[in-house]
Design a protein around this ligand. Structure first.
Ligand SMILES: NC(=O)c1ccc[n+]([C@@H]2O[C@H](COP(=O)([O-])OP(=O)(O)OC[C@H]3O[C@@H](n4cnc5c(N)ncnc54)[C@H](O)[C@@H]3O)[C@@H](O)[C@H]2O)c1
Ligand SMILES: O=CCCC(=O)C(=O)O
Length: 488
């Protein structure tokens, strides 16, 4: 049973208070499964609101960083407990706001709980090393210090997990935070902040400002009192954010798109490979940065794999993520739906062959939602737009090859390098893939999506600023190393 209520009005969270945007402006957040449902009204903030949030975070920074890691960790443990208790409500907000099915949204919310507990524990771990000095009378060691105020700019596709996997390490290592969520999922972000508020986090330590990316996101990136920006989103925006932060000498981290390949070797367990391709490519309506989009198949098993894949794609049930029978929800917004449809059209215009899907579903009960059928192309060549550009929708491109060597070369023929997987039973093929695949996350006999919170996550090439998030790797971004030399 969820306590979520539709059509509430949400505010920004600044200095421990829920406050309206200075302009008083709000905008509706609508349900992509039914454009007529208003999930909530969210602030359309301006730079003035952002400035207040940064000032609050700056004022709170000194006392927050002076707490011990264990004391900061206790707040995160409390926030985890509240989020766990309110998981159904938060997950329902997520499903209604961005369309992923309720079980996926609940899973993501519980992942948020686990991330909070993981980083709460980090407050008790070591922060430096003793390094022998050349002076026998001296003690030399390293310690870690927080950056100060960190700006978090988050996308809509994981509206609980991503803000938490950025904010939790920022906080545990002693930073204060201003979160700018995607406007499409600002209600879900407000629900997460309510959990931190209920946990008793001190005023100003974590602030929320909702508004347009081009207004709030860019002002956060450019703000002179923001010492670090952690951004997840598209390449186009990420590059702009990185340039703005670099120009003023602050620290930045960009985690961006993917064009993730799965390789199906001739010796693969084809049923497992089909299952992993469908789950990796089509769960969350293909809107994961780790989603499978290129399916590279050894020619000997191409027809057998294709037949099994198409049979499974036929079985996929589209529908509102709040209904039990739905396997795949809508695209998260009308803009996202139009992007996906335009790539499907481009695929056909550039000569790829449509094997399944390709349209909006015709059933009347889905007419008010941003649904698109799961889509499979063959005859896809590496130069085509649908093989090169991130679509961020339920579209799979089948590409046959003659050998594993050619499969890995084709998989690497991309500007992106986020995640990649191979289905094979041959240890030699596994090892070649691990060695030669240019991706930050490589998975064997497992789908391309699926990130574990305790392991480093990030991409190569255009997928990232070459930093890593999550696990203990997070300390690298959220702290600076200080080398200490002590002589009595
Ligand atoms: N690598 C990863 O870990 C990862 C994870 C999830 C999503 N993504 C990527 O995110 C993208 C989808 O998310 P999206 O559509 O929300 O991305 P987006 O780039 O449009 O928006 C991301 C965030 O940036 C803000 N923004 C927009 N314009 C801005 C500007 N000019 N200055 C500063 N901020 C601005 C948005 O409001 C949002 O909060 C995909 O490319 C996906 O691959 C990457
Ligand atoms: O969208 C990017 C994050 C992907 C992720 O968390 C996953 O694949 O589990």
């Amino acid at each position: 049973m969820s306590a979520f209520q539709l059509e509430q009005t949400y505010n920004n969270f600044i200095n421990g208070e829920w406050v309206k945007a200075a302009s008083g402006k709000t905008e509706p957040s609508i349900n992509p499964a039914n454009r007529n449902e208003v999930v909530g009204h969210v602030p359309a903030s301006g730079v003035e609101d952002l400035n207040q949030a940064v000032a609050a975070a700056k004022a709170a920074a000194k006392s927050w960083r002076r707490l011990t890691g264990a004391e900061r960790g206790n707040f995160l443990f409390q926030a985890a407990n509240v989020l766990e208790r309110r998981a159904n409500e938060v997950a329902e907000a997520m499903t209604r706001e961005m369309g992923k099915t309720f079980p996926e949204a609940k899973g993501e919310t519980m992942r948020g709980v686990a991330i909070l507990r993981y980083y709460a524990g980090e407050g008790m771990r070591k922060t430096g090393d003793v390094i022998p000095s050349t002076d026998s009378e001296a003690l030399m060691f390293t310690t870690r210090v927080p950056l100060g105020v960190v700006g978090v700019i988050a996308p809509w596709n994981f509206p609980v997990a991503i803000p938490i996997w950025k904010a939790a390490p920022a906080l545990i290592y002693g930073n204060t935070v201003v979160l700018k969520p995607a406007q499409e999922t600002a209600v879900t972000a407000a629900k997460v902040l309510e959990c931190f508020e209920e946990a008793g986090l001190p005023a100003g330590v974590l602030n929320l400002v909702c508004g347009k990316g081009s207004v709030i996101g860019s002002a956060l990136a450019e703000h002179p009192d923001v010492n670090g920006i952690t951004f997840t989103g598209s390449n186009e925006v990420g590059k702009r954010v990185g340039a703005a932060v670099l120009a003023r000498g602050a620290k930045y981290q960009l985690e961006m798109g993917g064009k993730n390949p799965v390789i199906i070797a001739a010796d693969a367990d084809l049923d497992l490979a089909v299952e992993g391709t469908i789950s990796g490519g089509l769960k969350s309506t293909g809107q994961k940065c780790t989603a499978t989009s290129r399916v590279i198949i050894e020619r000997k098993v191409y027809d057998a794999f294709k037949e099994k894949l198409l049979a499974k794609v036929e079985e996929i049930r589209l529908g509102d993520g709040m209904s039990g029978g739905s396997w795949m929800g809508p695209c998260a917004s009308e803009g996202q739906l139009n992007t996906v449809l335009s790539y499907i059209q481009k695929g056909q215009d550039e000569g790829a062959v449509l094997l399944a899907g390709g349209n909006r579903p015709d059933s009347p009960e889905l007419a008010e939602g941003f649904y698109v059928q799961p889509t499979v192309f063959e005859g896809v060549e590496s130069h085509m737009s649908i093989a090169r550009e991130e679509i961020f929708g339920p579209v799979l491109a089948l590409m046959p090859v003659d050998s594993i060597e050619k499969a890995i070369a084709l998989a690497n023929d991309s500007d992106y390098g986020l995640s990649a997987s191979i289905y094979t039973q041959n240890v030699g093929s596994m090892l070649s893939f691990i060695r030669d695949m240019d991706a930050g996350l490589v998975r064997i006999n497992a789908e391309t999506a699926g990130v574990e919170l305790q392991a480093p996550f990030g991409g190569m090439k255009m997928s990232s600023s070459h930093s890593r998030e999550q696990g203990q790797a997070a300390i690298e971004f959220f702290t600076a190393i200080k080398t200490v030399f002590v002589k009595s």
